[in-house]
Unconditional design. Structure first.
Lengths: 114, 134
């Protein structure tokens, strides 16, 4: 029951931080600069804060290690989206690039930490 | 991309009024969804592997789709360039959080990591603007 509650709190906190960073990106000009906030650590900040409260500093530090691999995957994702946008819509480009994120982030994690 | 058609960095609060509530709901749902997935994976496979999903591109797909629909594909491409720089800075965020949480405690560590992310992203942005020429 406690685990379900923590997942719910993380979901609400994650959604809220994503919304706040998205609004910040919305008011900033030009788009090139506001795009930085599309890669803001919104889910990460929410996740780390709740993890610290739930399980303490050590677990949060471990999460941050994994997060670095996710961030490398994010760079690969965004580069792939840029290339795919030439031929595809944003929706299709983002969907295809999610595969690149999975390969880079999880592949990199398994390669280095396993 | 030419820098001539790029206005200086600034804030346009009026842009907030133009954001449809449905768009905000979509972004909230994306953030809540990926946060839930990361939390469940952390419980099942451990915090380190779950942490990978803390850097899933939660905002970008929705943002690009909405920009393409409401503005243009060119604007979506511009947004994505910023996202590449922000994502590179996200690696620094993770590194700072990993290094500093055990040493100075989580509140300070997360604050420094956010500041580090913002500083690095802004620096990358400034460098790219200089490199891309006038």
């Amino acid at each position: 029951m406690r685990e379900v509650l923590v997942v719910l709190v993380k979901a609400i906190a994650g959604g809220t931080f994503v919304l706040l960073f998205a609004l910040l990106g919305q008011v900033l000009q030009p788009k090139w600069f506001s795009g930085l906030f599309s890669a803001a650590p919104s889910v990460a900040v929410a996740g780390l804060i709740i993890t610290v409260v739930d399980k303490g500093d050590h677990e949060a530090s471990l999460s941050a290690i994994g997060m670095m691999f996710g961030a490398v995957g994010f760079v690969v994702f965004a580069i792939c989206v840029r290339a795919l946008l030439v031929r595809h819509s944003a929706l299709v480009a983002a969907a295809l690039a999610c595969v690149a994120w999975l390969v880079a982030a999880i592949g990199g994690y398994l390669l280095v930490l396993r | 991309m030419s820098k001539r058609d790029q206005p200086a960095v600034g804030i346009s609060l009026s842009a907030l009024r133009e954001v449809p509530r449905g768009d905000l709901a979509i972004r909230f749902a994306f953030g809540a969804g990926i946060s839930s997935i990361a939390a469940i994976i952390s419980y099942v496979f451990g915090a380190r592997f779950g942490g990978v999903f803390l850097a899933f591109p939660a905002i970008l797909p929705a943002t690009l789709t909405l920009i393409e629909k409401e503005e243009s594909k060119r604007k979506a491409e511009d947004d994505d360039i910023g996202a590449i720089l922000g994502a590179a800075a996200l690696i620094l965020f993770g590194g700072l959080a990993w290094w500093l949480i055990p040493t100075i405690g989580a509140p300070g560590a997360i604050a420094v990591a956010v500041f580090g992310w913002l500083s690095a992203a802004a620096l990358f942005y400034a460098v790219l603007r200089v490199v891309s020429g006038p």
